[in-house]
Design a protein around this ligand. Structure first.
Ligand code: ZN
Length: 291
């Protein structure tokens, strides 16, 4: 397992930064969902962001959901992360094909189109925290940058990238999120802005062999850096037959009775990892007692 996230700050705690390499994680998502290249890029970017934002959660049991509802052909994406940087996710239409953008890139912005990004933090309270912003470009990193500024009032810079091999497997994936504290001095901000100007893209750095630590040193060049910790990250689905049973039960007794009358085993697929769960008729009958 080579994917991990580094969390760091500058010595005066005026900025914090997360940098991630997520190739294996995004490749697992691609295999599970059989996504087309543009969808792999879209889902991979959101998963990478989710993994880093999971580490921002304060409580160990807190959960984060990033959801995009959009009018482009992909139609929607959902990513859920926990505080240990385990993430899972799915898209509504995994097989979207589009010509490359004018810059010759995978056209994630067009795959998403216009829409809304929701960030839902479940902190074990009655009402989860939810923030919502409109998509700015549909390229996801810019949309999250805007979200942090508009909804959480934290000036941030988000970079996310997925690069594909010729055979459409994942060659590189990763990203970083910089957040500037309100106390940050103007000179610190302008130093970071200058550093960011010479970075073409996160995937180009990864291609040059940059590790997340090296990415942080480049982005915070000229500041004293304090590396805080290294956290492994991966695509992980916590689905189980019991959880899928709960989904079936929530469909109500009429639905379950209809399935029982069919006398055929019922196949239910987990949205997040595409794993199949089969329920025989006698198992369905047992579910009725919960209704
Ligand atoms: Zn699953």
């Amino acid at each position: 397992m080579s994917d991990y996230i580094i969390r760091a700050t500058d010595a005066n705690h005026q900025v914090r930064i997360f940098a991630a390499t997520t190739k294996e994680l995004v490749e697992t998502a691609r295999e599970d969902h059989q996504t087309s290249p543009v969808v792999t890029a879209a889902l991979g970017r959101l998963l990478t962001a989710g993994a880093m934002m999971g580490l921002m959660l304060k409580g160990e049991k807190d959960k984060l959901t990033l959801q995009i509802k959009c009018d482009g052909p992909i139609s929607g994406l959902t990513v859920t992360a926990d505080s240990k940087a385990f993430v899972k996710g799915y898209v509504n239409n995994p097989q979207v094909m589009l010509p490359p953008s004018k810059a010759g890139k995978l056209d994630v912005g067009r795959a998403l189109g216009q829409g809304v990004l929701s960030v839902i933090k479940d902190m074990g309270l009655k009402e989860p925290y939810a923030g919502q912003t409109h998509l700015v470009s549909g390229e996801i990193a810019e949309d999250l940058t805007y979200y942090f500024t508009a909804s959480e009032q934290v000036n941030s810079s988000v970079a996310l990238g997925v690069l594909m091999e010729k055979n459409n497997t994942v060659k590189q994936a990763g990203g970083f999120i910089i957040q500037v504290m309100p106390s940050a001095k103007e000179e610190v901000i302008s130093k970071i802005e200058d550093n960011l100007k010479d970075i073409h893209s996160i995937t180009s750095l990864l291609e040059e062999g940059y590790t997340p630590e090296a990415v942080i040193k480049r982005v915070l060049n000229g500041l004293e850096i304090e590396m805080l910790d290294q956290v492994p990250t991966r695509f992980y689905c916590d689905c189980s037959k019991e959880k899928i049973e709960k989904v079936l039960i929530s469909m109500g007794d009429q639905e379950i009775k209809a399935m029982i009358e069919d006398k055929e085993p019922v196949e239910v697929q987990c949205h997040f990892c595409n794993k199949d769960y089969t329920f025989q008729t006698d198992e369905l009958v047992k579910l009725l007692k919960y209704l």
